[in-house]
Write a protein that binds this ligand. Structure first.
Ligand SMILES: Cc1cc2nc3c(=O)[nH]c(=O)nc-3n(C[C@H](O)[C@H](O)[C@H](O)COP(=O)(O)OP(=O)(O)OC[C@H]3O[C@@H](n4cnc5c(N)ncnc54)[C@H](O)[C@@H]3O)c2cc1C
Length: 388
């Protein structure tokens, strides 16, 4: 049997489901193609203002089982270097916001989006190949079936089959670092504050969860991460408490541990051949500064804005060009900023350390600079509205 829709969304992760809802909201006939969901993603994502706005518009925000506000962000220089930066704490209230963002479990986010998207037709299959011409795109499915669309949204993750199939290349790089991701229960309250300890081998970041719980992303050399993944719970809990200078008191490991090798990737184009790339199909970078999915949600917003009305051809070259233009600078700038932040932590080069220290010193003392950086960090325009 053949399936034909205006727009086919390939992938049902947090980016694909949001893209499907956004295209439907714009009046298009949409379907999703994805294999069955396997397991629950225990990672969490810190969602910033623009992402929250999008999820509200899509009707998914109020369906979230839990969301923890991040009212303050604290940066601690935990290096043992000659030049150390001062501790800096930013408060959302300084720029008129109740919170910088909200930390949510990926599994809860996908549940909420699935629930909002239950009216959207779903083909349970993998896409094996796509071929496009001036009229539309034909998708070959693993089930042996085929599907037709006028626009394909590739949201099939970092190893995107759709991206490869339409001939969009990638630029990839690796870091000599991995991230240990685990949830913690702890003795003391986190006070809705996210704390990032900067160390010589990467950031150690605690992000609030409901109650006396936090999620930890600990970036370090791969062998150290492998050792901590294998360590017994007491040993790891003690190490976490020591690394965080007992900020949250005694710590208990509260869930499975996952290790992610750190790498980066940017697609060489974000739209081509009646196809647009969103989320990790388009860009991937280290889990530093809570940018990955937030960037993916700006892709989804830009996609909605690039589409004309339902009477028009959604895969028209003008729409693709609008999307490409809208996304290129943002994706390139964020990727470079996260890469630079990571590399300034790793460097032993004194002038770079001094500059980093000076930057944080100025951020601590100069209110106008603090406010500009806070807005830029959460991708808010200068006078954006606060969360509703
Ligand atoms: C440790 C860690 C911490 C992070 N923390 C944050 C954070 O605090 N804030 C933030 O914004 N981001 C964060 N991120 C990034 C964020 O998790 C990702 O950006 C996000 O999960 C990617 O979602 P996605 O929908 O693009 O891809 P995925 O979740 O990978 O979804 C891909 C989908 O495509 C489907 N698929 C794959 N191949 C095919 C095919 N051939 N045919 C059909 N379907 C297919 C899959 O089944 C899946 O449904 C973090 C990442 C890591 C590793």
């Amino acid at each position: 049997m053949n399936h034909s829709h205006d727009i086919m969304i390939v992938g049902a992760g947090p980016a694909g489901l949001a893209a499907a809802l956004e295209c439907r909201r714009r009046g298009f006939d949409v379907a999703i193609i994805s294999p069955p969901r396997t397991g629950r993603d225990e990672r969490t994502a810190a969602l910033l203002a623009g992402s929250v706005d999008l999820l509200e518009r899509l009707g998914a925000w109020d369906l979230l089982a839990a969301r923890s506000p991040m009212r303050s962000l604290r940066i601690v220089d935990a290096t043992r270097r000659l030049i150390r930066a001062p501790e800096v704490t930013f408060h959302a209230s300084e720029i008129g916001l109740p919170a910088f963002g909200y930390n949510v479990r990926n599994a809860d986010l996908v549940d909420a989006l699935e629930s909002a998207a239950r009216v959207i037709p779903r083909l349970v299959a993998s896409v094996a190949a796509v071929a496009s011409d001036s009229d539309g795109v034909r998708l070959e499915l693993s089930s042996g079936e085929a599907a037709m669309a006028r626009l394909v949204v590739a949201a099939d993750g970092r190893h995107s089959t759709v991206r490869d199939s339409v001939g969009i290349g990638v630029r990839e790089w690796r870091y000599d670092q991995s991230a240990l991701v685990v949830n913690l229960a702890h003795e003391l309250p986190h006070g809705d504050t996210s704390t990032e300890f900067h160390t010589e081998t990467g950031p150690f970041t605690l992000v609030p969860l409901p109650g006396h719980r936090s999620s930890l992303v600990w970036v370090d050399r791969p062998h150290e991460v492998a050792r901590r993944v294998a360590a017994d719970e007491m040993t790891l809990a003690d190490e976490v408490e020591a690394r965080s200078s007992s900020l949250l008191g005694a710590v208990r490991i509260d869930g499975p541990r996952q290790a992610f090798p750190l790498s980066g990737m940017t697609a060489t184009a974000f739209a081509a051949a009646r196809t647009v790339l969103v989320g990790e199909a388009a860009h991937l970078f280290p889990p530093i500064g809570a940018q990955g999915l937030n960037l993916g949600y700006r892709d989804v917003t830009a996609l909605g804005d690039a589409l004309q009305g339902p009477g028009d051809d959604p895969g028209a070259p003008t729409n693709l060009a609008t999307y490409e233009r809208a996304r290129r600078a943002d994706i390139m700038t964020r990727t470079a900023a996260v890469d630079a932040l990571n590399r300034t932590l790793l460097t032993g080069f004194l002038p770079v350390q001094a500059l980093r220290g000076l930057g944080l010193f100025l951020l601590d003392r100069v209110p106008s600079l603090r406010h500009a950086v806070m807005r830029q960090g959460i991708a808010l325009p200068p006078a954006a509205r606060p969360f509703s």
